[in-house]
Design a protein around this ligand. Structure first.
Ligand code: GTP
Ligand code: MG
Length: 677
């Protein structure tokens, strides 16, 4: 089951070419009308038709679940409808292996007398790795009004979230029943209990002082730094050699406008891969239906809290894990509602690649791409600013437009133009039409005749597998921004979650916890919910620490090598790019500052210069204000000190974003870490 993360906040930012001044149309938001209809999808594996006729239902005599007539075994408890029927499986569609045979054995032995007739039709994922367990898609038992979406009718909720009342961010954590309950501390300025506020940036824990004080001033630039031969990190260089698994790690953010179907898609993927039990699925379906939200059954696998379910929106990023042929995927299902963009930022800042989900329904795509309030735009910009280059655009809800090629092409053209202005390369964008609800083109090619008549490209999972693996910095010192913490009162230790940006970790290692400068020992490690001995850059881990007071660890902090601690300050010089803003940025403007998983209030203290967007050269000193789409150098003072570094030294700690009035207003790179004010 997915882990829910109540992110502090955070932002990441772009990569090298983000401030590519040579590029003419960088952040040119005007559509240029160019047809970017190049086909980037790759035709690969043979497609297998899914044949699931809907001929009524039969009630399971054991659990009373109403199964489709085509099912020969109960979808919930596995009881066979008629085990005596031989060769009942359709030749073009094969039943899954282990799961099905287990169910068959159980059913044959226990319930033979209750069996009836009729063959089973099931899907197979031919040509796929066996990580994809063949399994019938989950079916709702009886159609409710809301379930009509599964029959190709528009979602009853289109537009509902976008127009819902603004939800205070402070409510975001209330009523959650995440797995990661307990002490979740946020680096949010103005919060009532902000542990970071209690710690002076130079404070060193007594017990660690002898070891750590000698390291003061030892901090070296992360840039061009590789671990020295005597440090703990040297040993780490060999750790990844004995990491058994061959799969590459892929942190995959699922982003997009509210209601586009991100959680439904994520839930469907998890279900098809066997990560959601039939029992849980049935429970979700039943409870969703009771709330009049039957179509949310898949989304509920990710939206676990009562508040999320009641509102029908994702509020916190859900983290789920599954494997594909090439990747160990960490799926980060982000909230699309604009009130939860800070959470989306904190989750997606860990992303190596992203699935941008857009809703193909008439009007819904247009709402998402709308310049004033569309999260499709904001998420795409943010994702690019986090350094994500590879993006899969999943054009979802194709069922609601009768799998129209014209609609898909129109969306591709319009969104493609915008993505280009965000500096995504055409060759790094893969366009995949899908229907998460109808399970079209997720694992295998389309089965719908109309869809199949014009689309023979990759399925979504093929597209994930075709992403280029990322190059990681294993040789650099450890750096892990902390996105979440869990304290165990009884056992007196604390666990921190996050992605290792650089370096590696092993059980027994000593680490420096910033900004409190405490030293702790790694008691144990979990990667993708499994205990492991070591982890390396790119891995998404939970690190159980011992020898540290839980109050001295916080989300928004950083775990680092004891020899190379990250800077902590509240005073920065930055290069920024303003987005479409209606209110100019002035000296004294109060903004929200996001960096990795930290969020603090910031005040603009100086507007140093305006820069030419093409050359990067200074065009004006001390401008009076910043308007839309301007490049500038500014100085900000933060309400609280945070772990931050110059972008040239460390990308993940040097990418920032600014928000105001619920919107992202500027993206930036830290150019100087200044003396604390
Ligand atoms: P937020 O996380 O709140 O931004 O929403 P989301 O993008 O996760 O969307 P969610 O998965 O909660 O789905 C929203 C609505 O769209 C639900 O009613 C789903 O049933 C419906 N939906 C999702 N996928 C499809 C699809 O492929 N076709 C149709 N017709 N409806 C879909
Ligand atoms: Mg969602």
């Amino acid at each position: 089951m997915p882990r829910k993360v109540n992110y502090g906040t955070g932002y990441g930012y772009d990569d090298d070419d983000y401030y590519n001044y040579d590029d003419d149309d960088y952040y040119n938001y005007e559509d240029d009308g160019h047809d970017y209809a190049e086909e980037t999808v790759v035709v690969s594996k043979a497609k297998v038709k899914q044949d699931t006729p809907k001929l009524g239902v039969w009630r399971c005599p054991i659990c009373t679940f109403d199964n489709e007539d085509s099912m020969s075994a109960c979808d919930i408890c596995g009881v066979l409808r008629n085990p005596l029927v031989k060769g009942s499986r359709d030749s073009s569609t094969k039943v899954g292996t282990s799961r099905d045979s287990e169910a068959s054995k159980l059913a044959k032995s226990l319930f033979a007398s209750l069996l009836q007739q009729n063959p089973k039709k099931a899907v197979t994922f031919e040509g796929k790795s066996d990580v994809f367990k063949s399994e019938e898609p989950f079916k709702f038992d009886t159609p409710s009004l809301d379930d009509m979406v599964s029959s190709g009718v528009h979602s009853s909720r289109v537009g509902s979230k976008a127009t819902s009342n603004k939800i205070l961010q402070s409510n975001a954590s209330s009523g959650k029943d995440e797995m990661m309950t307990g002490a979740k501390t946020e680096l949010i300025a103005g919060g009532s209990s902000i542990p970071i506020a209690k710690f002076g940036p130079n404070e060193i824990k007594q017990s660690a002082s002898s070891q750590n004080s000698s390291k003061q001033g030892l901090r070296k630039s992360m840039k061009n730094l590789s671990v020295s031969s005597k440090s703990q990190s040297t040993e780490k260089g060999s750790i990844h050699d004995d990491v058994e698994d061959k799969l590459s790690q892929l942190n995959l953010a699922v982003v997009g406008h509210v209601d586009s179907g991100k959680s439904t898609l994520s839930g469907r993927l998890l279900h098809m891969l066997g990560h959601i039990s039939k029992k849980d699925m049935h429970k979700n379906e039943k409870e969703a239906k009771q709330l009049g939200k039957g179509s949310f059954a898949y989304a509920w696998a990710l939206d676990e809290s009562a508040e999320e379910r009641e509102r029908g929106i994702t509020m916190n990023v859900a983290v789920a894990f599954f494997n594909t042929k090439n990747y160990r995927v960490v799926l980060l299902d982000s909230p699309g509602h604009r009130d939860f963009v800070p959470n989306m930022i904190s989750g997606a800042t860990q992303a190596d690649a992203a699935i941008l989900v857009v809703d193909a329904s008439m009007g819904a795509f247009e709402a998402g791409i709308d310049a004033s309030g569309g999260q499709t735009r904001e998420h795409a910009l943010l994702i690019k600013s986090f350094g994500v280059d590879q993006i899969i655009v999943a054009v979802n809800k194709m069922d609601s437009v009768q799998y129209s090629k014209e609609r898909f092409d129109a969306i591709k053209k319009q969104l493609g133009t915008f993505l280009r202005t965000c500096k995504f390369k055409d060759s790094s964008i893969v366009w995949i039409p899908i229907s998460a609800m109808e399970n079209q083109n997720l694992f295998t090619g389309p089965s719908d005749a109309q869809f199949l008549s014009w689309f023979q490209g990759s399925s979504l999972v093929d597209a994930i597998d075709s992403l280029q693996p990322l190059v990681r910095d294993y040789s650099k010192p450890l750096l892990m921004p902390i996105c979440d913490i869990v304290k165990s009162q009884s056992q007196g230790h604390v666990s921190v979650c996050g992605k290792l940006e650089t370096g590696s970790l092993e059980t027994g290692f000593k680490v420096l916890v910033m900004p409190t400068r405490e030293i702790a020992t790694v008691r144990s490690l979990e990667r993708n919910l499994e205990v492991c001995r070591s982890a390396k850059a790119g891995d998404n881990v939970t690190v159980n620490l011992q020898g540290i007071d839980g109050h001295r660890v916080m989300a928004g902090g950083v775990l680092c090598d004891i020899d190379y601690h990250v800077p902590v300050t509240n005073h920065l010089e930055l290069k920024v790019l303003t987005l479409d803003i209606s209110t100019p940025v002035l000296v004294g403007s109060q903004l929200e500052f996001h960096v990795h998983h930290a969020k603090v209030a910031a005040k603009v203290v100086k507007l140093l210069s305006l820069l030419d967007p093409k050359t990067g050269k200074e065009t004006k000193k001390s401008p009076r204000c910043l308007l839309s789409k301007q490049n500038a150098v500014i100085e900000v003072c933060l309400q609280l000190p945070v772990c931050v570094d110059e972008y040239a030294n460390c990308r993940s700690l040097g990418r920032v974003s600014f928000r105001a009035l619920g919107r992202t207003i500027a993206l930036g790179l830290v150019t100087k870490v200044l003396e604390q004010m």
